[in-house]
Write a protein of this length. Structure first.
Length: 60
């Protein structure tokens, strides 16, 4: 669901997304947003900082 990913990317909580999607469990939110959430964690931040492309202005 694109809306769930848009919401998670814009700071909505799991509960807010669950309500908006009409889902009974937070697991559905987790399933739909897993790829968006994968880029938002300490390991992803570290990889971005240490990537050879991190200092390349052309990589944006």
């Amino acid at each position: 669901m694109g809306t769930a990913n848009d919401l998670i990317n814009n700071g909505a909580t799991t509960a807010q997304i669950q309500h908006a999607g009409g889902w009974r469990s937070a697991e559905m939110v987790n399933r739909y947003t897993r790829r968006s959430r994968a880029g938002v964690n300490a390991v992803a931040d570290l990889r971005r900082l240490t990537s050879p492309l991190a200092d390349d202005p052309e990589s944006d």
